[in-house]
Each structure stands twice: as structure tokens, then as C-alpha cells.
Design a protein around this ligand. Structure first.
Ligand code: DC
Length: 241
């Protein structure tokens, strides 16, 4: 068996289009989409509900041991996140979680626990995994690794659209400010910061729509490796993209 994992690892800052790309790519390959940002958001929500003091390591450890996190896909390939029996997929997109998630995801114990879960997922089935440390820390041996970026203005426009869909009205300057603050926290933290590492394909999606980014990634995946992925999909009897 190859040492390379059957994983497409995608990293990038907020609003770079990672989730849109990962979802489309997973649907195309017939692989599972693992949104690791949603996992950090769910732990943040659990901590908020428990009123955990993030400065207290024992409290964090205790709360973490109570987190019962499950990632599932509906029949339509829609990703759902559960805390226990509760579907929290909508709640994790709210402003309260958004404001605290960078702080929670900087806690080493939280990262250790979630990285463990992410690697277990990859042992079970081929994955398109997106986040901040997929290419650098969690799956450095992934068969394909991409770093997706876009200008801050374009990323802010995309995020504003997401917010509007979720019923949140925020001005563009507000969204830019929040994005820059979160990017600085995610890239500047000590443990597993968002970073581009040697050997990872960079893609700038500024000015490209989702279909163009997907086409670019599929093109970069051409060659023996992608043929293997296609073969696997057929072996599993999965649908044609
Ligand atoms: O992708 P997102 O915006 O839903 O991610 C939410 C937060 O989670 C983001 O601020 C950084 C953190 N995160 C992380 O630290 N590591 C990951 N692999 C994914 C997300």
C-alpha cells in the first residue's frame, strides 16, 4: 500500500473558498468532505454552553472530555455537525461562536483531540479535508495538498454573502476588519498556525468563480494519482461526477 494518504488536504484563510471547493471536489470524487473548521466551531459552541473558562486548563480538559462530536453527511452530501443528539450545524455559524473560535482553536488540548478525530476519519474512508493545518500538520502525507487564497476584499465580499444568507447584516468594512483580526490570530498562534508549507500547491482564487477553481484543482490533480482516485471510486460503485 502507498504511504500517501487517500486525502486531498486544503488549507487557506477565511473566505478563500475552501469549503465550496472541498464540497464540490468531494462530490466529484465520491469522497467524504471533512470540514475541520466546523469541528473547532462545535467545540467552541460546547464550551460557550458550558460557560468554560478558557484560562483554566483543568476546566478546559474536563469540558473537552464531555464533548460528544459527530460529523455526518446527509443523503445530499450536506455536512451536518452534532453535539450529542443535537444538530448544531446552524448554530455554529452564529456571531457568538465566530467571536470565540480563534481563541478556542489556539488551545493545544483542543487541537490534540480534534487532530486525533480527523486522522481516525481518514483511516475509515478517502477524504477531502479542509482547514488551517491539513497540509502542514494533520495530513502532511496527503496525496494532494492545496493552499487556497484570495485578496482580502474578495474574501470579505464572499463572507458578507454568507452572513446575509444566515440573516446577519454586516457592512463590508466590518467584515474586512473581522477577517483580518481572525487571520492574524489563526496565522500568528503558536500551535499549528495557518501557513503555506513547501510542496503545497498554491491557488489564488481572486477573480475566479467556484467552477473555475474546481477546474483548476482537477487539472492540477491530473496524472497517475487522480486516475487511482477514479479507479477507487469505481471500485466502490459510486456515482459518476
Ligand atoms: O474554516 P472556519 O472559518 O469555519 O474555521 C473556524 C476557525 O477554526 C478558524 O478561525 C480557525 C479554526 N481552525 C483551525 O484552527 N484549524 C483547522 N484545521 C480549521 C479551523
Amino acid at each position: 500500500m502507498s504511504a500517501r494518504l487517500e486525502v486531498v488536504a486544503i488549507d487557506g484563510p477565511s473566505g478563500s473558498g475552501k469549503s465550496t471547493l472541498a464540497r464540490a471536489l468531494a462530490a466529484r470524487l465520491g469522497w467524504r468532505h471533512l470540514n475541520t473548521g466546523a469541528m473547532y466551531r462545535a467545540v467552541t459552541l460546547a464550551f460557550l454552553k458550558d460557560g468554560v473558562d478558557l484560562e483554566d486548563p483543568a476546566e478546559v480538559r474536563d469540558a473537552l472530555s464531555r464533548v460528544d462530536l459527530r460529523m455526518e453527511e446527509s443523503g445530499q452530501g450536506e455536512a451536518h455537525v452534532y453535539l450529542g443528539e443535537e444538530d448544531v450545524s446552524g448554530e455554529i455559524r452564529g456571531a457568538a461562536v465566530e467571536g470565540l473560535v480563534s481563541a478556542v482553536s489556539a488551545i493545544p488540548a483542543v487541537r490534540t483531540r480534534l487532530v486525533e478525530l480527523q486522522r481516525i476519519e481518514a483511516q475509515q474512508e478517502p477524504l477531502v479535508a479542509e482547514g488551517r493545518d491539513m497540509t502542514s500538520v494533520v495530513f502532511p502525507d496527503a496525496r494532494w495538498r492545496f493552499y487556497l487564497d484570495a485578496s482580502v476584499e474578495e474574501r470579505a465580499h464572499r463572507r458578507q454573502g454568507d452572513f446575509q444568507q444566515a440573516g446577519r447584516q454586516e457592512t463590508l468594512p466590518e467584515v474586512v476588519e473581522k477577517l483580518e483580526r481572525r487571520d492574524a490570530l489563526d496565522s500568528g498562534r503558536e500551535h499549528s498556525p495557518l501557513q503555506w508549507v513547501e510542496g503545497v500547491e498554491r491557488i489564488d482564487s481572486t477573480g475566479l468563480d467556484a467552477a473555475a477553481v474546481l477546474a483548476l484543482v482537477l487539472e492540477r490533480m491530473q496524472g497517475p494519482d487522480v486516475n487511482e482516485a477514479e479507479g477507487r471510486r469505481e471500485e466502490h460503485g459510486e456515482g459518476t461526477p
